[in-house]
Design a protein around this ligand. Structure first.
Ligand code: NAP
Length: 318
């Protein structure tokens, strides 16, 4: 591919850089494409495991521009190549803390201190998975946390959803468009989801609810074969044979590093206003670390674009 380096580089690898991007999923890398193309020197702290949640995904069928679908890791490679093509510096290390009292800002990475005039936080969010035997091995092999991404793979099949919040209702709702039966497994005898969402789901004849029920184990060698469930009132265990299990018990935003510096809501999602601004001027946010609603690769990329453009404006004004 033709190299088109546009962004300048500071004399020292430690900066000061115009933009430091923390995170290397679709949000961070899209920000990097925009800031480098805007001729801002850009460093991406990618984390030790770069690429975010899409690196754990198999086929992505809902990212525009890939009519045949694209493997999650391939999509991330392409985004990374695109950001590097315009001159982003990629550091495969974790940013451990930021100092926003200093000007330029400081980012601590191991024993090194990098300097940057602006920061884009794009550290994403992690799915909270069930802590039961078999889960990790079967993620992407029948176990998912994203019905809008994976529901079409379960056309004509029987699936289960774990959780009782709005996310579980939304997952179940999407799944009813494809699956023949959607079984919600919930540990209590009442959902915490909004009344409207509950009604919509409970009125759907395809949905069945197993109340007071927990997942004890998931079983399968190369793909999910069955879910072992336990009724926590009677202590009885039984097998539930399903083709898919969607886990919707919450997400954990990657905001720990910014604690007490960047404002978050009570669940740790970074508060955002006026585009991508945080409470600290010059520090912007994009992607799932603030978005607990859509949580899609394409929305993360869109937020990444927004933060990149906001950072460029900020640099121009300051
Ligand atoms: P949530 O509201 O915290 O619900 C999590 C659900 O998972 C709860 O029902 C909880 O059970 C269950 N759970 C937690 N840990 C579990 C475990 N280890 N084993 C089994 N079950 C477990 O999370 P969410 O549904 O992701 O929603 C997060 C926020 O986003 C909420 O404020 C929600 O309203 C909002 N949201 C809104 C929409 C919308 O408006 N369209 C869509 C999605 C999310 P318990 O009930 O027993 O605690």
């Amino acid at each position: 591919m033709e190299q088109q380096i546009i962004a300048p580089r500071p004399a020292s690898p430690f900066g000061p850089w115009d933009v430091a991007i923390i995170g290397s999923g679709p949000a961070g890398l899209t920000s990097g494409i925009y800031t480098t193309r805007g001729a801002a020197s850009t460093i991406v702290f990618a984390g030790e495991i770069w690429g975010g949640q899409l690196m754990l995904t198999t086929m992505v069928d809902n990212f525009p521009g890939f009519p045949e679908g694209v493997m999650g890791p391939d999509l991330m490679e392409k985004m990374k190549t695109q950001a590097l093509r315009f001159g982003a510096e990629f550091v495969q290390k974790k940013a451990e803390s930021i100092n926003v009292s200093a000007q330029p800002f400081e980012i601590k990475v191991g024993t090194d201190i990098y300097k940057a005039r602006s920061i884009i936080i794009a550290t994403g969010a992690e799915t909270v998975w069930l802590d039961v035997p078999g889960i990790q091995k079967l993620i992407g092999r029948g176990i998912s946390s994203c019905a809008p991404c994976d529901a079409p793979f379960f056309k004509g099949k029987k699936v289960a959803v774990v959780g009782g919040g709005d996310s579980a209702m939304e997952e179940a709702d999407v799944l009813t468009k494809y699956a023949t039966e959607v079984i919600i497994i919930h540990r209590r005898d009442a959902f915490r989801a909004s009344a409207a969402m509950q009604k919509k789901i409970l009125d759907n004849p395809k949905v069945k609810v197993l109340w007071n029920t927990e997942v004890a184990e998931v079983v399968g060698e190369t793909k999910l074969e069955k879910v072992v469930i336990k009724n926590n009132q009677t202590d009885t265990t039984s097998d539930l044979v399903v083709d898919g299990l969607f886990v919707a018990i919450g997400h954990k935003p990657g905001s720990e590093v910014f604690k007490d510096i960047i404002e978050t809501d009570e669940r740790g999602f970074i508060k955002v206003s006026d585009g991508s601004k945080t409470n600290v001027p010059g520090v912007f946010v994009s992607g799932d670390v603030h978005d607990h609603h859509y949580k899609q690769a394409i929305t993360a990329a869109g937020y990444g674009c927004q933060a990149g453009m906001d950072a460029l404006n900020y640099l121009q004004e300051h």
